[in-house]
Design a binder for this molecule. Sequence first.
Ligand code: GLN
Length: 531
Amino acid sequence: MTKFVVITGGVISTLGKGVITASAALLLKRKNYKVTVVKIDPYINVDAGTMRPTEHGEVYVTFDGGETDQDLGNYERFLNQKISKNNNITTGQIYQNVIKKERNLEYDGKCVQVMHHIPEEIERRVKKAGQDSKADIVFIEVGGTVGDYENIPYLEALRRMKLRGENVSFIHVSYLPIPRTAGEMKSKPTQHSVKALSAQGIQADILVCRASQILDNVRREKIGLFCNLKDDEVFSCPDLKSIYEVPFLLKKQGFDKKLSEILGLNNKEPELSDWKKYIATKQDQEITIGIVGKYFKTGDYQLEDSYHSVVEAIKHACNHEKVKPVIKWLNSDENNNLEIDAMIVPGGFGKTGVEGKIESIKYARENKIPFLGLCYGLQLSVIEHARNLLGLKDANTTEIVPDTNNPVISTMPEQIKLLQKKNYGGSMRLGEQKAVLKKASLTANLYKSLEVFERHRHRYEVNPSYKERLEAKGLVVSGVHPDLGLVEFIERKDHPYFVATQAHPEFTSTPLKPNPLFLGLIRAAKKKILD
Ligand code: GLN
C-alpha cells in the first residue's frame, strides 16, 4: 500500500520546506524505497509560467515541459530523479478539471461543491502522481502556510484520505523567531500554527523547527507539550552553510528512524556515502562568477531567487572542481566592475537591461573571460556578434524590435500564430529537446557525446537565414535540433571558453552530477587564474 507523507508549513513562507521535504524523501530513498514528491501550489494560476519573477522567483522547467514551482528543482537535485509536471498541482488545475467534468455531465446531475468535489479531485491527483511513478512513498508538500484560506481544500483532502484508511502522516515545519529585544527563541507562533492545523482535523506526527539557531532541550520539551508531541517527535533545523547538509542534520537527530517507525518501514540505515563526500569536499580557492541579470526590487528588498537553479548549478560544478564560488550579482542596468573570473548571462525576457547584457558579453568576448550564455544569453551573444563582428549595427531580436532590419533572433511561424491569439500560457518551446552536436567541438567534448537532451523555455530562436554569415565571422554553431535545424549551442574559436545554449542546462545539474557546461566554465576560470 502506498504511503503518503504530507509536509505543511507554519508561521512564515520561504521556510525551506522544500529542502526539508527533499531531504526526508532522500533519506527514505536511500533505504531502498521508491519515492516521489508532489508540490501543491494553492494559487489560481494553472502553472507558474505566467507569473513575474517578483511574484514567484524562478520558474522551473520539467523534462516534460511543465513550468513549475522551483521546489521541483530541489526534489530533482536531491533525489537525482526526474519529476513530472503532473507532480505540481495548482488550484487553477483542480478547478479547471472539475469545471470540465461538470460541463461533460460527469457528476450525474449532482450539485458540484467546493468542500466535496474539490478535495475529491485533489485526492485523485495526489494518488495518480503516486501510481504514475509507482512510488512506495509519496511526499506531498503543501505550499503556503497553514491558516491560509486557500490551503483549506488541500488539508481537507489529505485529512479525508487518512480517515478513509490510507497511510498518511503529517510533518509540520514551523519557524521560531529570535527577536533581538527578547534575546531568546520564541515558540508561541509555532504553537499557534500547530493549533491552526488541528483546527483542520490534523494532528502533526512530526514537527521540524526552523530557526537561525539550534533548538535547545528546554524549548523542545515545551513545544512538544503544547503541540501534543513527544520530545523525540520534535526536530531542529537551524540555518546551515549548505542546504545539502540538511539530510545529515536530520539523520543525526534520528529523523529517518522516527519517520520509518511512523510509516512502518524497514530499519535499514540510509546509504549516503556519496553525499557525505560532497559535503566534506574542501573548497579553498575562490572563484568569482559574475551573473549579469535583472534584479528585482520589491519595496526595500532585492530578489535573487529568479536565478536559483543557476546558482545551484554553479555550486555543484565548483564542488566538483574543489573551488569556492563567490557570486557577484551584476545588474545589467548599471555600470559594473567586471573584475571576475567567469561570466554567466542567464535567461530573461523583455527589454530591461538588454543593452547592458550585450555590453557585458562584448567585454567577456574581447577580454577572454570564460563565458556561459543561457537561453537569452545565447540570443544576446548572437546579437553582439552580429553587431560588432558582422557590422549589422541594428541587429536585434524581434522580441524587442519587431520590425528591426536585421532580425538575427526571431520567432518560428507557429509561435507568431500563438502570440496573435494571445495564447501565452504553456505555449513556448518547452521541456526536454534533443540536440545533435558538432564532432570535435568544445560542446561535444564537454558532454562527451554527440547527442544531448536539455530543457527549453523560450519563444525566439536564432534566425536560420543569418546562420552562414554568423559562422563566417568565428561563431561556431556546435549543436542543432535534429529535425527543426534550430541553433541550440554556439561557441567561439577565438576564445578559451565562450559557450552558449538555447536551452537551460541549469535544470539538469545535480550535486552528484554537475552539468558539463557549468563544469567547463569553472575549469576554464580555474585555468585563467593559474595562467
Ligand atoms: N526571451 C527569450 C525567448 O523567449 C529568452 C527566454 C529565456 O531566456 N528563457 O526566446
